[in-house]
Write a protein that binds this ligand. Structure first.
Ligand SMILES: [Cu+2]
Length: 506
């Protein structure tokens, strides 16, 4: 029987409207979920030579994640999420963003090298009923980038409700590597997000005590806005562009039968050669591209395995939500046609020269949360209790002892310079660290070389508790003494509560 929204609310009862869905309630609505895989609309803009213009309208709407249940959501040109934008190196893109919701927002081009005033961070706020145009030249390698709200103190709720989308970049050589490249056929974008729903169908946001500290996590997984969908494979070799668009959760992705697959790209570009594995970790905001062979024409489940990585180790059960196993999506390959593509032996080398000997500055960043210094869970809990009532904005989440202040520039960087950043984590929780405007390479983790799946260009790196990670980056030629770029933890609730800083390039 199809359940209408009205019946759903009647059954649920008014008193429980703001209570997160219980397990029986989830089981009930799962029976009526809408679960065909959706390939997001591809938007190549309007092209005149190398000038490409896009239009994005930020809007409020309602989305049916379950039959007969409408969830109030935000989206770009649609009710939830936005189109996949696509451009190539050498293009000058002009993106007109209009704000039709009743709060300030921004759209940040995550992973993009660009002038600071075009970045879409907190300084490029778009008030309600206003329009902002971002214009920049694509100067970097092919990669799977994304865009999302970066509004001051509002990034978490706005992204959670849907203000995000993918941005695919191509370059001269990226289409000549022999990779699956038919959009939506064998080259498939997958934005993975976990969500929690209230009884009335609305998203549950910051409604439980651990949300503020751990970030928002839920047990219902959406891929491109569909609950644990089934992708009917059209070809026997699939290229999945896996994007963690969640607010806080780290996934440990693997197939249900343990089949191997090849990682071919990290956040901002191809690996030198495909790396075969049967599991890959994807922290918030990270992307990997993988090739998976489904020529056995079976049904296989992409899952997130239970793991302690990315969460708090050995902490109380309520804090282990980041660790539990989840189903992401099913691939049904029973009808798949033989692919003409093979996994290439070699991809290519990056043209971005990142030489540690060229580094002219080394900077230290210490990520901290709670009232404690290094170590000590009790202090952190005490800190959380004390700070819950004021939104936690006055110092619970810090980098180098300081919470984000939009009027404070933390340091200056020289244009065209190479720098090494050492990021250490003084908290027991892992934090995905993101730097705007650059693609970096991970030099080492606690002195050890990074995993091969993160050997390519990146813009986010997960830093575990008691870990020290060194990254190297070259700042491009863009400079602006007044408008800063951000660096921050990409657990959006941590960012909103102050785990962020700003630098200018001069
Ligand atoms: Cu964090």
């Amino acid at each position: 029987m199809k359940q209408t929204r009205r019946n759903f609310i009647k059954t649920a009862g008014v008193a429980s409207l703001l209570v997160p869905l219980s397990l029986p309630a989830i089981a009930k609505i799962r029976q009526t979920r809408l679960n065909s895989f959706v390939v997001p609309a591809l938007d190549r803009g309007i092209r005149k030579g190398n000038n490409v213009s896009f239009k994005l309208a930020i809007q409020a709407g309602k989305t049916s994640f379950f039959n007969g249940v409408n969830t109030p959501t935000l989206g770009l040109n649609q009710s939830y999420l936005g189109p996949v934008l696509r451009a190539k190196r050498g293009d000058t893109v002009s993106i007109n963003v209009s704000n039709h919701i009743n709060e300030v927002t921004t759209v940040h081009w995550h992973g993009m090298t660009l002038p600071a005033n075009m970045d879409g961070g907190p300084h490029q706020a778009i008030p309600p009923n206003k329009t902002w145009t971002s214009r920049f030249q694509i100067r970097q390698e092919a990669g799977t980038l994304w865009y999302h709200s970066h509004a001051m103190h509002k990034t978490g709720p706005q992204v959670y409700h849907g203000l995000a989308g993918m941005f695919i970049l191509d370059d001269e050589g990226s289409d000549k590597l022999g990779l699956p490249n038919e959009y939506g056929v064998d080259d498939i974008p997958c934005t993975i997000q976990d969500r929690r729903f209230n009884q009335d169908g609305s998203f549950s946001y910051m409604s439980m005590m651990p949300d503020r500290m751990m970030g928002m996590m839920g047990s219902i997984v959406l891929v491109n806005g569909v609950v644990t969908p089934t992708l009917v494979a059209k070809k026997t070799l699939l290229r999945l562009r896996l994007h963690n668009g969640s607010n806080a959760r780290t996934y440990n992705l693997a197939f249900s039968d343990g089949r191997p697959f090849h990682v071919i790209a990290s956040d901002c570009g191809f690996l030198h050669k495909p790396f075969q594995t049967n599991q890959v970790r994807l922290a918030v905001a990270e992307r990997v591209e993988i090739l998976v062979d489904v020529s056995d024409r079976k049904e296989v489940l992409l899952k997130s395995l239970a793991s302690s990585a990315g969460g708090m180790m050995g902490m109380m059960p309520m804090m282990q939500m980041n660790n539990k196993a989840l189903n992401i999506m099913t691939i049904d390959a029973r009808q798949a046609k033989q692919s003409a593509r093979k996994v290439p032996a070699v991809l290519r080398n990056s043209t971005l020269n990142l030489n540690p000997k060229a580094a002219t500055a080394t900077r230290q960043f210490e990520l901290e949360m709670g009232m404690m210094g290094r170590g000590g869970m009790g202090g952190m809990m005490g800190g959380m209790m004390n700070r819950m009532d004021n939104g936690g904005r006055d110092g619970m989440f810090r980098i180098n002892g300081k919470s984000m202040d939009i009027n404070r520039i933390d340091f200056q960087v020289k244009a065209n310079s190479t720098e090494i950043w050492e990021i250490s984590n003084a908290s027991p929780m892992a934090h995905p660290f993101h730097v705007h405007n650059v693609q970096f390479r991970i030099l080492d983790r606690n002195g050890k070389r990074p995993h091969p799946s993160e050997s390519g260009l990146k813009d986010v790196v997960l830093v575990h508790g008691n870990e020290r990670v060194r990254i190297i980056m070259k700042f491009p030629e863009y400079s602006d003494a007044k408008v800063p770029y951000m660096y921050h933890c990409h657990i959006l609730e941590h960012e909103d509560q102050g785990m962020m800083g700003q630098f200018v390039v001069v």
